[in-house]
Design a protein around this ligand. Structure first.
Ligand code: PA5
Length: 403
């Protein structure tokens, strides 16, 4: 990866700003080598060993062979990572067999009825993911499809077609997995959803979509060399926040990264949005949003800074009119936007990945996970809990029990 935390930041960050956080940041960075259990996703290989990887790949091959469609049921951190990586690493247009469909992100009966109609003549399998094994949306949708599967297939066949990934032994998912003998994968209990990219929660779904999970994990592991840059990124975000920049626009020029930004939004918002602190992340798809939100960034309330994720090398073709490749034209626009926005008091932090493949996406994911953790520590909040989300889940549970 390459980073530019200077060209489009100039003058907006002073030496005093940096001095205020640099010592604290040094201490925070030390945490990563001190074996904290909640940082165990950083200590890779400890919880996904080669044997488990082999089992995932083997099991994915089995499901792919017998399925026209695979439903991936989950929500939040138990779904977003898979959505992000699969979108980023799949061609825009391909009739894939099996087709991967995400379910459980909402409770739209319109969607579910259309989906069941669509699946009528198809062979279907399910990967259901819930760390707690109890999340209302996920369990409701899973139970719906589980009974649908029992109507469509024999008990033995359903058993072959459902795979459960969870961590809790007393959750509803584990109950079903044990009762019906479904294949299981485990999410370590200390890893919260948004940090579960390097566990079966995401990896098994990626394998179902034919993504090279070994390269992805290698990229993530080697991405740890960017700990320093991740720290600087976290610190600059913190400084921008002190200067009233309370919104972070994650900008992309490649829409395939759209879900990746959704995952990044979740990662930062759920990690640092506590105790009335934190930066609100928003997604900016360029050049599209330059023709709409760009006006606000250029001349509206100056509460935003941008973090641009750029891809250095893409497939491309020549645009005769400009005697230039379309990819380079996209990069010229990127530079122009950074300049224009800096002139409008909106600084940009630039993160560049070499190309869009499993290895480099692994690096990028590790970079963001390290920086979200450090950024939360700089806000003095726990990056790994989500008491607000838990509260919402409890209120929903209470209201549903009283129906
Ligand atoms: O990041 C998180 O911890 C959350 O977004 C959870 O992933 C989400 O609430 C789903 O929870 P679970 O995996 O327990 O179903």
């Amino acid at each position: 990866m390459e980073f530019d935390f200077n060209t489009y930041v100039k003058k907006m960050v002073s030496k005093e700003d940096i001095d205020q956080y640099s010592k604290e940041l040094e201490n925070i960075k030390k945490k990563f080598s001190q074996g904290y259990p909640e940082l165990c996703w950083y200590d890779m290989g400890k919880y996904v060993d080669n044997q488990e990887l082999k089992r995932m790949i083997q099991q994915a091959d089995d499901l792919k062979r017998i399925s026209d469609v695979i439903l991936i049921i989950g929500i939040g951190g138990s779904s977003m990572g898979a959505q992000a990586t699969i979108q980023a690493l799949s061609p825009y247009f391909r009739r894939r067999r099996p087709e991967i469909i995400f379910v459980g992100n909402d409770l739209s009966s319109e969607y579910l009825i259309d989906l069941q109609n669509y699946l009528r003549e198809k062979d279907v399998s399910i990967h259901v993911v819930s760390k707690s094994g109890n999340t209302m949306e996920v369990i409701t949708v899973f139970e719906l499809f589980q009974s649908w599967m029992y109507k469509k297939y024999s008990t033995e066949e359903v058993k072959r077609r459902i795979v459960v990934t969870t961590s809790s032994y007393d959750g509803k998912l584990m109950y079903y997995a044990t009762k019906y003998g479904y294949e299981k994968f485990h999410i370590p209990n200390v890893i919260s959803g948004r940090y579960s990219l390097f566990t079966p929660a995401t990896l098994f779904s990626m394998a179902l979509a034919d993504i090279d999970i070994i390269s992805f994990l290698r990229g993530a592991k080697e991405g740890r060399i960017y700990l320093n840059q991740a720290g600087i990124y976290a610190m600059l975000r913190r400084i921008f926040f002190d200067h009233g920049k309370v919104i972070e626009g994650f900008a992309i020029y490649e829409p395939k990264l759209s879900k990746m930004v959704e995952w990044t939004k979740q990662l930062f918002a759920e990690s640092e949005g506590k105790n009335e602190k934190g930066i609100l992340p928003v997604k900016l798809i360029y050049t599209r949003d330059l023709h709409s939100l760009g006006q606000f960034i250029q001349e509206g309330n100056p509460i935003l800074f941008e973090s641009t994720i750029s891809i250095m090398k893409t497939r491309t073709f020549q645009v005769e009119k400009y005697q230039e490749t379309l990819s380079n034209i996209n990069h010229i626009i990127e530079k122009s936007v950074c300049q224009a926005h800096l002139d409008a008091k909106c600084p940009t932090l630039l993160m560049k990945i070499e190309e869009l493949d499993a290895y480099h996406l692994g690096e990028l994911a590790m970079f963001f996970m390290m920086s979200a953790a450090m950024s939360s520590y700089l806000f003095h909040v726990n990056p790994f809990d989500q008491p607000g989300v838990t509260k919402y889940k409890e209120i929903v549970g209470k209201n549903l029990r009283s129906i």
